[in-house]
Design a binder for this molecule. Structure first.
Ligand code: ADP
Length: 301
């Protein structure tokens, strides 16, 4: 098969591993810089160009679209879908998962366990919003944040109000969330591929920090997840419409709660921690599923 990896950086661990796995399985693979793709939308024949030439047809596209280029990246992927290439994750599903609020709303509609979460526009409603999610301590999150940036723990009502006011002052949208204390500053990352959890790890925040992101100094270890956690991860990926997903779960005293569903989960942490060849599992998923024009939404969403 001919496989394209849409990625800005060919040297990233995840990109390198996908190239390695695809090559080892006998496929032809190319890393395509997402931001160097451009398209002719007016044309009757939809097309994509890459660095001055027409982009050849690929049987499958693996999107590795960073949060900062979601808009352009999903437009490129949508064009691939219109042409009939098989995307590992569809553009619509990626856009959906990048919007934290929309994701939580979709998951809540289907009864997935979530931290109690509030969203309001006016700072006047802040005190009520904080009490709605159970009062302080609360976690306050920038809607646009990634890798733990813009995630703040406010331990008292006064601190919470000040943080909300500060964010409102710079006109950014935030979520206010129940703090899951019993998770003990750790979370669980489950990798779901084609409706199965194929690897999972626990991430523990460093001393004095509640965010367990590896980028914030967290450390990873192997973990055995419960059947309930497995079901939550698989359902969350399915609800978001993602074939490949990194589902982040906290162990709360009201069962597993889903924090986030990531459409381009990094491979380094999970592969080095578990020893599982996640890249090859993604290639296997392609082998078993890629067909021309198989996209559910055909770029229509
Ligand atoms: P990001 O998408 O920026 O990583 P997250 O919402 O995943 O933001 O939060 C980052 C980290 O902060 C999580 O991995 C978790 O360790 C911690 N965290 C986030 N929300 C909560 C919460 N409601 N209760 C307890 N810990 C939380």
């Amino acid at each position: 098969m001919k496989i394209a990896i849409l990625s800005r950086r060919a040297k990233l661990y995840s990109t390198l591993r996908l190239v390695e796995a695809a090559t080892a399985a006998g496929h032809e693979v190319e890393v395509i810089d997402t931001l160097r793709c451009y398209m002719n939308i007016a044309s009757h024949k939809p097309s994509i160009y890459y660095k001055g030439k027409s982009l050849p047809y690929f049987d499958a596209v693996i999107p590795r679209i960073g949060a900062s280029v979601t808009f352009y990246g999903t437009a490129v992927l949508r064009q691939c879908e219109i042409i009939g290439m098989f995307p590992v994750n569809e553009s619509v599903a990626i856009s959906r998962s990048r919007d934290k609020l929309r994701s939580l709303q979709l998951l809540s509609r289907k009864g997935i366990g979530l931290p109690i979460t509030g969203f309001a526009h006016s700072p006047e409603d802040t005190p009520h919003l904080i009490s709605l999610v159970g009062g302080s301590p609360v976690v306050i999150k920038l809607l646009e944040g990634t890798q733990g940036m813009g995630v703040v723990l406010a331990e008292t009502p006064k601190a919470a109000e000040s943080v909300v006011e500060a964010f409102a002052g710079i006109k950014v949208n935030i979520l206010v969330q129940e703090f899951i204390k019993e998770a003990d500053c750790s979370d669980i990352r489950c990798i779901v591929i084609g409706g199965k959890v194929i690897a999972s790890m626990k991430r523990q925040a460093k001393e004095g920090e509640f965010r367990s992101n590896i980028h914030r100094g967290g450390s990873a270890s192997t973990i055995k997840i419960t059947p309930e956690e497995r079901v939550a991860a698989v359902r969350a990926a399915r609800i978001m419409g993602l074939n490949v997903a990194g589902v982040d779960i906290l162990r709360s005293n009201h069962g597993p709660v889903v924090l986030e569903v990531n459409s381009s989960p990094g491979l380094r942490g999970i592969e080095t921690t578990t020893g599982i060849d996640v890249a090859s599992k993604i290639i296997e998923f392609i082998e078993n599923n890629a067909k021309p024009n198989k996209t559910r939404t055909k770029g229509k969403g």
